[in-house]
Design a binder for this molecule. Structure first.
Ligand SMILES: C[S@@+](CC[C@H](N)C(=O)[O-])C[C@H]1O[C@@H](n2cnc3c(N)ncnc32)[C@H](O)[C@@H]1O
Length: 207
């Protein structure tokens, strides 16, 4: 990421807090997965995972390729009193350490736009998903009301959304559809709405 890690983390804490709460609630309602193992990919400071843990019984790995982010997430887990269920780990979404079919829920916010090879990453996510497992991956600011608040606060700070890189006219929806097809994943959807751009992958029972 182009942005300084500490600066991103300050904005995540001070500006994005309602976004994580909103998305965590949405993930709970949409997936119905409230127990078992969850992995938050590109978890950053771990704010989405922490909000999701507060409203479920999930055990979680908060995985990030930045060691600095992993350290921040580890502190945040301890401060939230969730160290028994949540663990911050260093890793790369393209090559995860989890065994095949071992993860009930994969979540990720704001990270997929930075992955170098989304086809490889989606294949890897499908590999680790348990039968009936669900992945909920994407980006956005929650609801139009929250988006308005966040954009206004960022403007006061001399910033705009998205915060780092990946600006411009790239058609991510088409790129992700193509990558999912190339990865051989058919039970999936890529939806752009006011809530952002979200990919849902469901693993079949018999695979
Ligand atoms: C914009 S931040 C989002 C952080 C967090 N999910 C949030 O919403 O606050 C993107 C994160 O993805 C991580 N990331 C980028 N590429 C990755 C990869 N290949 N594997 C794991 N993490 C990655 C970055 O280190 C960064 O922490």
């Amino acid at each position: 990421m182009e942005m300084n890690v500490l600066e991103f983390d300050r904005i995540a804490r001070e500006v994005f807090a309602p976004v994580y709460r909103f998305i965590a609630e949405k993930i709970k309602v949409k997936t119905g997965v409230t127990e078992g193992l969850c992995v938050d990919l590109g978890a950053g400071g771990g704010y989405l995972g922490i909000e999701l843990a507060k409203i479920t019984d999930l055990k979680m790995y908060l995985l990030d390729s930045s060691l600095e982010m992993v350290d921040i997430a580890r502190d945040n887990i301890i401060n939230a009193g969730l160290a028994k269920r949540l663990h911050a780990i260093h890793g790369d979404v393209h090559n995860m350490l989890m065994p095949d079919s071992s993860v009930d829920l994969v979540v990720s916010r704001g990270s997929v736009f930075f992955w170098e090879d989304t086809t490889k990453a989606f294949r890897e996510i499908y590999r680790v998903l348990a039968p009936r497992g669900i992945a909920y991956i994407g980006g956005g600011l929650g609801s139009p009301e929250i988006r308005k608040q966040v954009v206004a606060k960022l403007k006061e700070m001399g910033r705009e959304f998205p915060l780092a890189g990946k600006k411009g006219k790239k058609d991510h929806q088409a790129l992700f559809r193509r990558a999912l097809k190339d990865a051989g994943i058919t039970n999936c959807s890529v939806i752009r709405s006011e809530a952002g751009l979200w990919i849902v992958i469901r693993k079949e029972m018999m695979e």
